[in-house]
Write a protein that binds this ligand. Structure first.
Ligand SMILES: [Zn+2]
Length: 187
């Protein structure tokens, strides 16, 4: 074995360990590293103290379009895009770093009225989102009001696009709607 393949393996083990700690499913580890299924399953058990969950990954673009997941996904993807473009962390390393930063940010609370410390996006979902961007199923659309970039279906018209923060659905943000309903009691 050459020293290059040894360092690749060591790098993959570190990467896979980071990903398992952040909650990655085994399918993600298989896609992002060159380690064998058996090696990854063993590593997973070592890190988590439990066997990896079986079954298919949830596969739905639509989930990323619903109100709160859309806000969290957009935050995550903007961090990921920045790290991948402007720092030495690329691809799967950018994914790990971006997800760590996303966890910190969601722990601090994304916006007033939202309970702090509740990440909505799992690591596996973050990984799937990056894949959806790579395969052209989703795009970033610019909000006409706040000019933030938000996850949207690919080829959705950007004209008149207003994001989930500027125009939340009526039931979103209990704190805010509670304040409003106390003013307008019958709503
Ligand atoms: Zn907006």
């Amino acid at each position: 074995m050459s020293s290059k393949s040894v360092s690749r393996e060591a790098d993959d083990i570190l990467l896979a360990t980071d990903m398992v700690r952040l909650g990655a499913r085994l399918q993600v580890l298989q896609a992002e590293t060159s380690l064998s299924y058996d090696r990854l399953a063993r590593l997973y058990r070592e890190v988590k103290g439990a066997s990896p969950p079986k079954g298919m990954l949830p596969f739905s673009v639509d989930w990323f379009m619903t109100w709160l997941p859309n806000i969290h996904s957009s935050l995550f993807y903007n961090i990921y895009r920045y790290l991948d473009a402007f720092t030495p962390a690329k691809k799967s390393h950018a994914l790990v770093e971006a997800y760590r930063l996303y966890l910190e940010q969601s722990a601090a609370g994304l916006q007033p009225g939202e309970p702090a410390g509740e990440p909505v996006l799992s690591f596996t979902q973050a990984w799937m989102l990056v894949r959806f961007f790579e395969s052209g199923l989703v795009q970033l659309s610019c909000c006409q009001q706040c000019h933030g970039q938000f996850v949207a279906h690919a080829h959705d018209p950007e004209t008149g696009f207003v994001c989930a923060i500027c125009k939340p659905p009526p039931r979103a943000g209990k704190t805010r709607s509670r304040r409003k309903t106390s003013a307008r009691a019958s709503v």
